[in-house]
Design a protein around this ligand. Structure first.
Ligand SMILES: Cc1ncc(COP(=O)(O)O)c(C=O)c1O
Length: 383
């Protein structure tokens, strides 16, 4: 077969994480690499009931094409949760589609796009299709440092932010920092994209106000049912000001017409009577326990000089090895010893820090967390 790939396609590379996940499918591997939610949290029985109900009560609507904007009852529920209006809500095929659509409608070749340091790899991939110039905003344990933003904001199309339990670092932006970012963005006319799939997963159950709630005209909010219900449903959403919402709808129409009517209705069945609100605390509990198990094993087995954070929610712990160490080399040895993690370098838009790595603890039971961390600790000791 002969064909000519577009220049855009020629630049595409496979995600480093997907390549690693292939190796970790071997059952003997203890994998801290995946970013997948724990299947133990999927409410299978309830979803079976909800699916039945959808097919019994509204079969033709569930199986028919639907509006690009999404199923109205679901949009209204999302809007009410965010003190917004259904007319600002676009239901997307996972929040990943939100990233893709926002990239398409906001980025031209070489547009300046501000990102956290490090940031979600899937967003870098989605935006890269539009060939932006990524600008890494200096960040600390509380997220992007607001003092650096005023200067960097000039002519930028937007800043992409992860307010809660960031993928990959697990950090949360505190209230004061959120307010500063929102204020600077308003002063500079900078659009903020707030990607928030983990907001409901605080182990203690507390939640901070979204940046969207602080300034809905300047902040676009993305949410998802992937981490609180099931990612296979592929239901997420974007809440955006009217003018941007209209463009996103047009871009979505071209991409996939609409998110499946069927899964939107299943999600709606899961939320309308409060089931999701009862279910989320069980996820928080499981993830909190596994996080504690991993932190405790790390403090026992990791040698001095290795640093890590203590997340208050979500699915990830971020590890910084002593300067000069390369986590990709460590990964080769770890995989030989049947343990996997994700090196940190691909999460940096610029100047990758080779001495970092991401550990995900949610899919691994505590005894295996202990074993896997012990193996990593001994590899680190012998480096
Ligand atoms: C920060 C972040 N945004 C977006 C997504 C995409 O999620 P989904 O498309 O399943 O809603 C993920 C998935 O891991 C994520 O970590």
């Amino acid at each position: 077969m002969t064909f000519t790939l577009s220049q855009r396609a020629q630049k595409l590379t496979s995600s480093a994480i997907r390549e690693i996940l292939k190796v970790t499918e071997r059952p003997e591997v203890i994998s801290f690499a995946g970013g997948l939610p724990s299947p133990d949290t999927f409410p299978v029985e309830r979803l079976r009931e909800h699916t039945q109900r959808v097919l019994q009560e509204t079969p033709t609507a569930a199986l028919q094409y639907g509006p690009t904007e999404g199923y109205m009852a679901l949009r209204e529920w999302i809007a009410a949760r965010h003190s917004s209006s259904a007319s600002n809500v676009l239901v997307t095929t996972g929040s990943q589609q939100g990233l893709d659509l926002l990239g398409k409608v906001l980025i031209d070749t070489a547009s300046r796009v501000l990102v956290e340091t490090p940031t979600y790899l899937g967003a870098l991939q989605a935006f890269s299709m539009c060939e932006p110039q990524f600008v890494s905003v200096p960040s600390d344990e509380n997220g992007p440092v607001s003092a650096s933003l005023a200067e960097l904001a000039r002519d930028a199309r937007f800043m992409y932010c992860l307010p809660n339990f960031q993928n990959p670092t697990g950090r949360r932006i505190p209230l004061e920092r959120r307010q500063q970012l929102v204020d600077i963005a308003a002063n500079q006319g900078l659009l903020l994209l707030e990607d928030d799939p983990y907001g409901a997963l605080s182990y203690s159950g507390d939640a901070l106000p979204t940046m969207h709630s602080m300034n809905p005209d300047q902040v676009v909010h993305m949410g998802s049912f992937s981490k609180v219900l099931a990612p296979g449903l592929r239901v997420g959403y974007v809440i955006a000001p009217q003018s941007l919402h209209r463009k996103l709808v047009q871009a979505k129409q071209a991409a996939d017409l609409h998110t499946p009517s069927f899964t939107q209705r299943i999600v709606y069945e899961s939320i309308k009577d409060g089931f999701l609100d009862e279910h989320i605390p069980t996820i928080r509990k499981l993830y909190g326990e596994r996080c504690t198990a991993m932190l405790s094993a790390m403090s026992r087995y990791f040698p001095a000089g290795v640093q890590w954070n203590r997340p208050e929610g979500g699915m990830f712990i971020w590890v910084t090895l002593p300067m000069g160490m390369d986590s990709t080399k460590l990964l080769e040895r770890a995989i030989a010893a049947n343990v996997a993690f994700v090196p940190g370098a691909p999460f940096f838009a610029n100047n990758p820090q080779a001495n970092t790595l991401r550990l995900s603890f949610v899919t691994v039971p505590p005894d295996k967390i202990e074993t896997g961390v012990k193996i990593l600790g001994s590899l680190l000791e012998s480096t």
